[in-house]
Design a protein around this ligand. Sequence first.
Ligand SMILES: Nc1ncnc2c1ncn2[C@@H]1O[C@H](COP(=O)(O)OP(=O)(O)OP(=O)(O)O)[C@@H](O)[C@H]1O
Ligand SMILES: [Mg+2]
Length: 495
Amino acid sequence: MLIETEGLCKRFGSFYALKDINFKIAEGEIHGLVGENGAGKSTFIKILTGVYPKTDGRILISGKEVEIADPVESRRAGISVIHQDRNLVPSFSGVENIYLGMDTPKRHGVSIDFKSMRKNIESVMEAYGITLPLDKMASELSPSQKTMLEIVRSVMNNSKLLILDEPTASLTDKESAKLFSLIRKINADGTAILYVSHRLEEIFGLTERITVFKNGQLVDTVNTSAIDQGGLVRLMTDNWVSRERDRSHSSSGREVFRVEHLSTSDGIVKDVSFTAHSGEIMGLFGLGGSGRTESLEALYGLREKSGGKIIYNGSPFDKPSPAKCIKNGIVLVHEDRRGHSLVVSRSLKDNIVLSSIDGYVKHGLYDVKGERADAEEKIQQMSIQCQGMNQSVGELSGGNQQKAVFARALMTKPELFLCDEPTQAVDVKTRQEIHDLLRKCASEGSAVVYVTSDLKEMLEVADSITVISNGKTWERLENRNLTSEQVLGYCYRDR
Ligand SMILES: Nc1ncnc2c1ncn2[C@@H]1O[C@H](COP(=O)(O)OP(=O)(O)OP(=O)(O)O)[C@@H](O)[C@H]1O
Ligand SMILES: [Mg+2]
């Protein structure tokens, strides 16, 4: 066995995030790890990679017991990881990030040899067919480029095991496909893979064995060929069955939001037009780099607009800003939850009420009780797993953080939702809950603009789809028996 754990436990205060984990991964295998939000997957990975110390139990590498005191030691032991929340220094270039914590080549034994650093990286990139702008700061890279950068780093480390925690959460299907072929190549070269995802098609397409976690415990390890999706979901959840959505009742009402020929100063958004009606979920679909996120940012005032008209509830909506949007019932659920949405050092309660605190000031007094009651209600409604509303939001699991972002949006009782990848990192059950909630808001009169890079999800949730490619939109497509080929056809066409 490459890595084994025996009776591994992790406690935070009195809470057991992991209990008695006996896990095995063989040399060279591709192993999937699945479980609901908060099941303990990321915590397990953080223990293997020296981010957290274990509370109890043993870790063995190639049969020998080891102590993994910190990330550097884990890397020396041949373990590389791409964490759920990427681990790059935002202001460092690609080269600097890749060599962080590694032995850097020196010239004459003293000064750092940047030239050979670059050459080493470029030869790895060439061998694996990766292209990356190495001089750009990490903060300027797209999610997919960040993932690729971390892959290069792990290949340079000559790892025995590469761990990927939700690597495709904000990648498009095409980018994901590229990542999978890379993973297979790295695996063919002898590296074992531990792969965490909520996207079960990925797990089935990629892995040889699957381990299931539930409530901090290991339920089972199964051969992928011996189980189907339904069986796997049953192992992950108690008696939960997914169902097909009945779209027959949805009907769109009045026009809430109209965008005409929107463009941005940076040239990314060139000509975007669409209309969102009350009662409907309007999908805005495009491949990575198509300008979908940037369009939403421009509409919310996070990106400078250079042209175009926005009509909201029949009147021009000029000079959008986040404050103006919130005041007028428009809310953006941003794809980058840690960068743009959550204040990770603050409590769950503070994060939930952040956009609506004005509403709690009455006669110069702050309504602490009301605030707590509302936060509690949202925690229940979204089933956010936490140790109370005062827990800091940074301590929640990835999926539960995403639920917190959504809870805050709901608090503002929006008339228009702009959602960018709202279900990234959430488990299958929560995904359906978020869809149901948006559907309910729509049926009560709101309009929803929905961005997801998962085309299957788009076809499941949207009433109509507007395709965006190269910063320009196509005509609206009604989602009646629309196929993924039809939608993709627009993505690759030139307008
Ligand atoms: N630093 C911490 N302090 C306190 N509790 C924590 C901390 N880190 C994780 N937890 C708790 O441990 C549990 C497991 O979290 P973990 O992040 O491992 O879940 P996960 O399976 O990765 O979920 P997801 O699919 O949502 O990413 C959660 O209840 C979480 O709140
Ligand atoms: Mg996680």
